[in-house]
Design a protein around this ligand. Structure first.
Ligand code: BES
Ligand code: ZN
Ligand code: ZN
Length: 463
């Protein structure tokens, strides 16, 4: 999906214009629509449409806020019956950016598994007038491609997206942007003694992977890197603590949404050429109850030497993240942020409208993340992170156990992870927004790409 600049006037198209002081309604718009503008401006309607046989003309009211424009963009796209119908948009630059962002994000569809060619069709392009600058156009196209990549990854089933394939898909990102990539294979993960990742992988017949994606510009603003860590559980059955199916295990191909978010964000940072040094670590495996699966009651020695009593094999995300978080120490990061579809508790607490953030980093970073959330409307909400919650994670027979009492599960999980990080830390539970069963505006059903625009915008204004 690409937004393209053109001055061509199509014979068949949907023409959209955002009215406003700075932009002229194109003169080819029907006179009756132009004459209607004063009435339209006074009305409650957000847009007005006139249709002829092969053309539609839509006037959209200028909005002061970005989000109503994105939502309007999504409505326009859903009103156009065929993805083959050309769409051309004009208006002034700021309005255009947000309307197009909504239109483009709403055009996403995961159709590759349909055998019927007609059903595989999706919108490939949207045209825009020269009122949108080249720089803004590139910025927007980059953002769309990063989000679409993340959505694709989350939507891919396990039969395609194994841990190795996920690493391979991240390699393909590194070919399209100035990124360095290293993929550790099972033998290397064993040599490093990443006990948490290996324990979760024991029930699987597919090997784990550990991907290191780095974006290092020539003159970075930060002297030490920011490290992102993303949960890459390509499928979570729960392991021996098996999940029920409806509404639970059946959507667990999405359990690598955190990995997709951090890789997508670093990719976008590279495409945007931000002056920030950032590294993404993505430990990946599926979590299965295979013959040799790790068991409730097992004690695992983690990468950093901590021993963990496993009381629920479904609390696997923290097992693999803990190793990656401990591994981040070698970069002496300025800040570590993880993104993970970590707990059902996060979904219960706030639903799908935000990710939950918590941690021990300076409050200014939380504020910057919150600002990035409001800018992108990929929002966050901060939860407490008191040490009292950590008490629940202490085991009678090992250093830690992998589950708490059951209350405030998203926070006890965060406190477990904090134990393994030696740098200022923010934990982000994206379990709510990462997946949706039904389309709402520009958030299309399935994987949403949550976290990509959020984290990239955070890096953009990082200081
Ligand atoms: N992947 C799940 C969390 C999840 C639940 C993500 C719903 C998205 C939607 C995670 O691995 C898990 O199973 N967590 C358990 C932890 C519990 C056993 C302490 C949970 O939340 O129930
Ligand atoms: Zn689980
Ligand atoms: Zn999981």
């Amino acid at each position: 999906m690409q937004i393209k600049q053109t001055s061509e006037i199509f014979s068949k198209a949907t023409y959209v214009h955002i009215i406003g002081t700075k932009s002229q309604i194109p003169d080819f718009f029907p006179k009756e629509l132009i004459d209607y503008v004063p009435t339209f401006e006074k009305s409650e309607d957000k847009h007005v449409t006139i249709k002829s046989i092969d053309k539609s003309y839509i006037l959209v009211k200028q909005k002061l806020d970005s989000e109503p424009l994105r939502k309007e963009g999504a409505k326009i796209i859903s009103a156009i019956s065929s993805p083959k119908q050309n769409v051309y948009v004009s208006g002034s630059e700021n309005d255009l950016y947000f309307l197009l962002e909504g239109m483009a994000l709403a055009s996403y569809a995961f159709t590759k598994y349909f055998t019927d060619e007609k059903k595989r069709e999706k919108r490939e392009e949207i045209f825009v007038s020269s009122e949108l600058s080249k720089a803004k156009l590139e910025e927007l196209n980059a953002s769309i491609s990063a989000v679409f990549w993340a959505r694709d990854m989350v939507n891919e089933p396990l039969s395609y997206l194994t841990a190795e394939k996920f690493a391979f898909e991240m390699k393909s990102l590194a070919k399209k942007a100035p990124l360095n990539i290293t993929v550790l294979e099972k033998a290397q993960i064993e040599a490093l003694k990443m006990g948490g990742l290996l324990a979760v992988n024991k029930g699987s017949i597919d090997p784990p992977s550990f991907t290191i994606l780095e974006y290092k510009p020539e003159k970075p603003r930060n002297s030490k890197p920011i490290v992102f860590v993303g949960k890459g559980v390509v499928y979570d059955t729960g392991g021996l603590s098996l999940k029920p199916t409806p509404g639970s295990m059946d959507v667990m191909k999405s359990d690598m949404g955190g990995g997709a978010a951090v890789a997508g964000a670093v990719y976008l940072a590279a495409l945007w050429k931000l002056d920030v040094h950032v590294i993404a670590l993505v430990p990946a495996t599926d979590n299965r109850p295979g013959l040799n699966a790790y068991t409730p009651g097992d004690i695992v020695t983690m990468y950093d030497g901590t021993t963990v009593e496993v009381l629920n094999t479904d609390a696997e995300g923290r097992m693999i993240l803990a190793d990656a978080l401990a591994y981040s120490k070698k970069y002496e990061p300025e800040l570590v942020i993880d993104a993970a579809t970590l707990t059902g508790a996060a979904v219960k607490a706030i639903g799908s409208h935000a990710s939950i953030i918590m941690g021990n980093a300076d409050q200014k970073y939380f504020n910057q993340l919150n600002d990035a959330g409001n800018t992108s409307f990929d929002r966050v909400v901060q939860f407490p992170f008191w040490d009292e919650y950590f008490e629940e994670m202490k085991s009678k027979i090992a250093d830690l156990k992998n589950i708490g009492s059951g209350n405030a599960g998203m926070i006890t999980a965060g406190k477990f992870l904090e134990h393994f990080v030696k740098s200022p830390y923010i934990h982000m539970d994206i379990a709510g927004p990462a997946w949706t069963d039904s389309t709402s505006g520009y958030i299309t059903s399935g994987g949403t790409g949550a976290g990509v625009r959020l984290l990239a915008n955070f890096l953009k204004n990082y200081n």
